[in-house]
Design a protein around this ligand. Structure first.
Ligand code: UN1
Length: 513
């Protein structure tokens, strides 16, 4: 891991022996706030990172504001060329960055590589987009007039990202924002600050090689207090925030209070509906990857399986059997399927959820437990659990960021399953497993799933970057990544041009002088 860090330009490796959770402290006499980043993989201190002070923040925002003035004048396809170069560097660094993601965050190495691949993919997407920042033209109601709309860069974009996708979510935002002509300030999660530094080092190299100001891409570090510097700052027209619904509500209010724009990608409570016509084998693959992948810490993780009573026992048995095959352990060892949770605080939430589901009358058919012993010294490894539950349980209504899957039963038509699926506060991802066209189309119709993502014969997680990513209700309503999600990073201007020697007014108003 030392080589990985060095390759990514992170030198201050601090091989501690203690087991801990990321924490803040201050460094001796200078009183500099320090974030200590511990790996959930082995509990060791990886490195210490200086948190951003208000004074540092002012320096950063000055650099970003100045960089915006020149960056917005670079033609969009040339901005795309910079993003192309960034994508190329990510290809070079795929293994090292993937490994750092895996070590600092705890997801499997394969998923770490997958996350870097999402970054590469969004760069490619953004390169093409840099020649397609299209507006529309309209027909004017007045003779000799022309109307059109154009999209202009917005300014400084603030990005607040979560620990679970410590690099990809930033890239979805920043790659689009850059080709749109914006500059970005990123606050990664205080649980994964080194991933942020590694990415910043990679893009800084590209900017330097091209003689561009470093303020095009800025990094700040710290907890919510540092995030607040941005949410309350009128110099930042757009805040894109990914994280819990609780955090999103605070960010939304702070940004709205100054009439800024926010793009929110918050919690999910994602379900797969399994109908009598489902392919059981596909259901098992989709459901198991969806619930235990990233140790249940994706916002798209499968939390609920809504199974028709006629096939309930069969599906239950198949899933329980599949869980028996899961290897839990060091995520850098490719034979393991499930790595650790992010920290011991997350383990506490997992334990609490298991207690609550039992208290509410649930039945744990695959018991959970915190693993101890060799290889599990960090205290962050837990056993994925399955509980039979009722849709109305409070715990089933909540998003617990851990590998706990709830099995729910439905009877009658698919409408009943759709009602259960929609009857939660969150609205991110949803899926139906069926070979019945009527059920599939019903699920996708306006009377179907109320989520931002609705899949047929695919699980809830693992969305491709080409589509707009995000969801409704408590998920926050924002859309990132593909389709026309780029529009939020630009300001729209309507232009009307009169090429006659007359000045007719719209709406037929006569105003003779
Ligand atoms: C997240 O968990 O915040 O669809 C993002 C997926 C990934 C992205 C998840 N492409 O699961």
């Amino acid at each position: 891991i030392r080589t990985v860090l060095n390759t990514l330009g992170i030198e201050s490796l601090n091989e501690g022996t203690s087991t801990g959770t990321n924490s803040f402290s201050t460094n001796g006499s200078d009183n500099v706030p320090i974030i200590e980043s511990y790996s959930p993989v082995d509990g060791l201190l990886i490195a210490s990172v200086v948190a951003t002070s208000k004074k540092d923040y002012e320096t950063v925002i000055d650099a970003a504001t100045a960089a915006f003035k020149s960056w917005r004048m670079v033609p969009a396809p040339q901005r795309g060329e910079i993003v192309r170069q960034f994508g190329d560097k990510l290809r070079d660094h795929k293994e090292t960055l993937g490994k750092l993601v895996s070590y600092e965050m705890g997801k499997s190495y394969q998923e770490g590589l997958g996350e870097v691949q999402e970054m590469i993919d969004i760069c490619d997407f953004a390169v093409g987009l840099s020649r397609q920042l299209h507006g529309l033209t309209m027909h004017s109601e007045r003779p000799g007039h022309r109307m059109y709309e154009q999209y202009h860069p917005l300014g400084v974009v603030g990005i607040i990202s979560a620990f679970n996708f410590p690099v990809a979510v930033w890239s979805w935002n920043t790659a689009l924002a850059w080709v749109c002509g914006d500059v970005c300030i990123w606050k990664p999660s205080e649980k994964t600050p080194l991933c942020g530094i590694a990415c910043q080092n990679i893009i800084a190299e590209v900017l330097k090689e091209n003689g561009l100001p470093e303020g095009v891409s800025c990094l700040i570090n710290g907890d919510y207090k540092v995030g607040e510097f941005m949410t309350k700052d009128t110099r930042i027209p757009l805040i894109s925030a990914t994280g819990s619904t609780r955090m999103g509500k605070i960010v939304a209010q702070e940004v709205a209070a100054r009439l800024g724009k926010s793009l929110l990608e918050l919690g999910g409570n994602n379900a797969i509906i399994v109908t009598p016509d489902a392919d059981i084998k596909m259901t098992v693959i989709g459901a198991v990857f969806g619930s235990v992948g990233t140790a249940g810490q994706r916002c798209t993780s499968t939390r609920r399986l809504i199974i028709h009573e006629s096939i309930y026992n069969k599906v239950k048995q198949a899933i329980v059997d599949a869980y028996k095959q899961l290897n839990i352990g060091n995520p850098l060892d490719e034979t393991n399927h499930v790595g650790p949770l992010i920290d011991t605080e997350a383990v506490g939430m997992y334990n609490n959820a298991l207690e609550r589901v039992v208290k509410e009358g649930g039945n744990l058919i695959v018991e959970g437990k915190v693993l101890t012993g060799k290889g599990y010294e960090s205290g962050c490894y837990v056993k994925p659990a399955i509980a039979e539950a009722e849709a109305h349980f409070n715990i089933v209504q909540d998003e617990t960021f851990a590998p706990i899957l709830y099995l729910l039963k439905y009877a009658g038509d698919v409408e009943n399953a759709i009602d259960i699926q929609n009857n939660v506060a969150q609205g991110l991802s949803s899926a139906i497993m069926t070979n019945n066209l009527r059920e599939a189309e019903r699920f996708l119709s306006h009377a179907g799933s109320d989520c931002g993502i609705a899949n047929v014969n695919i699980g809830t997680s693992g969305a491709e970057i080409g589509g707009a990513f995000g969801g409704e209700k408590d998920t926050g309503g924002g859309r990132e990544s593909g389709s026309d999600a780029w529009k939020i990073y630009m300001r729209r201007q309507t232009n009307t041009i009169n090429y006659t020697a007359e000045l007719p007014l719209a709406q037929g108003i006569k105003f003779d002088l």
